[in-house]
Design a protein around this ligand. Structure first.
Ligand code: GUN
Length: 306
């Protein structure tokens, strides 16, 4: 296999999913005289979050979804943020609500996630939605793990019985990813910052999912030859010019791409791998929320995946 064939095209998969869901957003507009709608709240001006939020808003607009952004100052109180969410919860023309994370330290993320109406929780972070996922009865599945599963099912087909190893145990990626892979009959290992000899685990992985947030931590020594490697990390490495002026820097994942590319069967690049799929899955969840809001059946375009 040539090297180029080993690189998984996340943008292509994102386009495919967006094409699959477009008829559902169009159908919603035809029936209800308004588009499915998403409101994104950002607190503060974290530059990485600004880029993610802009991409979400823009992709929604391009795909027949009404999108709105609420930008709040970094010193906004927890009560004021809760007040904004309560208004959106009650607004029947708002289908999906997303509060961009991380939040400033003085605001409890747990509390905020709990306040969002679980039927509008397009991130799938509310305890009801995570609980449903873990019981195999999902409603909204967190977008990044869902995007990873979409890629895996299209790349491998049946993943039954595969050894899947996850590096990272966050509520957003690691834990829900483990649940999805278990439901697909993989044998799942979760490793994390306190795991001893991580390589002993990762070298057994047919499927390796890395979501640890450490730039290029995973090199070729962690990889079983022929593994499928999904890199969830997005890290901006600041670079300096010769005059010692820092510029915008390069984006790298949690995987040393060039090294691992030589050993893995397939690998997602950064950028252009998991990132676009996360956003496409958010669009899917938003349209699903709109159908739930109107209490009508949602044609499950991901039936073959889950
Ligand atoms: N921050 C990083 N990823 C995400 C995500 O998927 N959703 C939200 N709300 N915040 C994030």
């Amino acid at each position: 296999m040539t090297i180029i064939n080993k690189i998984i095209d996340g943008k292509m998969y994102a386009r495919k999913l967006l094409e699959e869901i477009y008829p559902l957003s169009k159908g919603f507009l035809d029936n209800f005289n308004r588009k499915p709608s998403l409101t994104v709240i950002q607190v503060g001006d974290n530059p990485a979050s600004r880029i993610y939020v802009k991409n979400k808003i823009l992709t929604a607009k391009k795909n027949g979804i009404e999108s709105k952004e609420i930008l709040l100052a970094s010193d906004v109180s927890e009560d004021e943020l809760i007040h904004h969410i309560s208004i959106l919860n009650k607004n029947e023309n708002v289908d999906g609500i997303l509060v961009q994370l991380p939040l400033p330290k003085h605001i409890s993320e747990k509390k905020i996630i709990n306040i969002i109406d679980s039927s509008k929780d397009v991130d799938g972070f509310h305890p009801i939605n995570l609980g449903k996922l873990f019981m195999g009865d999902s409603k909204f599945i967190p977008c990044t793990p869902l995007g990873c599963l979409y890629i895996l099912k299209h790349e491998i087909g049946d993943i039954k019985g595969k050894n899947a190893v996850i590096v990272g145990r966050s509520n957003i990626v690691g834990k829900p990813m483990a649940s999805l892979l278990l439901s697909s009959d993989c044998s799942v290992t979760i490793t994390h910052s306190r795991t001893k000899n991580i390589q002993e685990h990762t070298r057994k992985a047919d499927i390796l999912i890395v979501a640890v947030g450490i730039p290029e931590m995973i090199d070729e020594k962690f990889i079983k030859p022929g593994a499928i490697v999904i890199d969830v990390g997005i890290n901006r490495l600041e670079t300096k010019t010769r005059d010692n002026i820092s510029n915008k820097g390069v984006l790298v994942g949690d995987v040393k791409f060039e090294k691992v590319l030589k050993i893995a069967k397939k690998i997602t690049p950064v950028p252009g791998g998991v990132g676009p799929m996360t956003i496409a899955c958010l669009m899917h969840n938003t349209i699903k929320a709109a159908y739930i809001n109107k209490k009508i059946d949602f044609v499950n375009v991901l039936e073959g995946i889950l």
